[in-house]
Design a protein around this ligand. Structure first.
Ligand code: BTN
Length: 265
């Protein structure tokens, strides 16, 4: 993969970002941008709220549910935004990041993606991007949320492991024009800043409505696993703080938290 490394000036010049991206760091290799962000929080504390770390390659990229996230050097957007908040906003950050990815790839590469609960970004049956929100303590009740995002940009089918090739895609595969990784990264900063600006207010439906507008989940059948127990039902709604509302086949409705539930089936 021969893409030029991402550089701070190219990513940020001309952007007016309020919080996310007020300071950007571009590094070459690291274990994981989420781990790198956690180390920087441990050193600097809440002063680095809004910082974003981009890497060219991760040697121990982390996916949800203990999975790995692998990408050839220079192929992808591998980034973590640090958001320090006194309250438990992890669920709303998950939604905000997923909506931001969807908007960014539309704007930068004219690829229309769809969200799959809780935070996967798909084009048709193939996964384009993923979001992993972790957190680390700062002081008192305040935590630094590490909003990790991976977007496949320049990969061709042969770059994916054989077991993933039918289930993974990239902007280069989906787009009808050459993909500019810098343009994707700039849109990621812009859209993440915009949507993270809307995480306040548990009752605010703007975020969940935006998420729903970019997904086809309402009315769909879904299988979910929580604490080893499988649930089947039909998706009814999305609460920005509580999670997915499902009409269960066995009767009654239940809310499913994106941090403790995985899809089954
Ligand atoms: C998923 O499993 O869908 C979530 C994948 C998240 C991957 C990104 S890449 C940048 C950041 N650093 C990591 O180690 N993981 C996230």
């Amino acid at each position: 993969m021969s893409a030029a490394p991402l550089q701070v000036a190219a990513l940020t010049d001309g952007l007016s970002l309020r919080r996310v991206g007020r300071h950007v760091v571009c590094i070459g290799d690291c274990d994981s941008t989420n781990l790198e962000a956690a180390r920087r929080v441990a050193e600097a504390g809440r002063g680095i709220d809004g910082w974003v770390i981009f890497a060219e390659r991760q040697t121990a990229g982390r996916g949800r549910l203990g999975r790995r996230w692998d990408a050839p050097r220079g192929s992808s957007i591998l980034m973590t935004a640090i958001i320090c908040e006194p309250t438990a906003v992890a669920q709303r950050l998950v939604l905000a990041a997923a909506v931001a990815v969807c908007d960014a790839v539309q704007d930068a590469a004219h690829v229309t993606a769809a969200l799959r609960w809780p935070n996967d970004v798909y084009v048709g049956p193939r996964k384009l991007a993923g979001v992993l929100v972790e957190s680390t303590p700062i002081a008192g009740t305040e935590r630094a949320f590490l909003v990790g995002i991976g977007v496949n940009c320049l990969q061709h089918a042969a770059h994916f492991a054989p077991e993933l090739s039918a289930r993974a895609t990239s902007l280069e595969i989906e787009s009808h024009e050459p993909v500019d990784r810098v343009a994707v990264a700039r849109q990621m900063l812009t859209r993440l800043d915009e949507w993270v600006g809307r995480i306040d207010g548990a009752a605010d439906k703007t975020l969940s409505e935006a998420w729903l507008a970019r997904s086809g989940e309402i009315g769909q059948r879904i299988e979910l696993v929580r604490d080893g127990v499988q649930f089947r039902g039909t998706v009814v709604d999305l609460d920005p703080s509580e999670g997915l509302l499902v009409q269960l086949d066995g009767g009654g409705r239940a809310l499913f938290d994106p941090l403790t539930t995985r899809r089954g089936g």
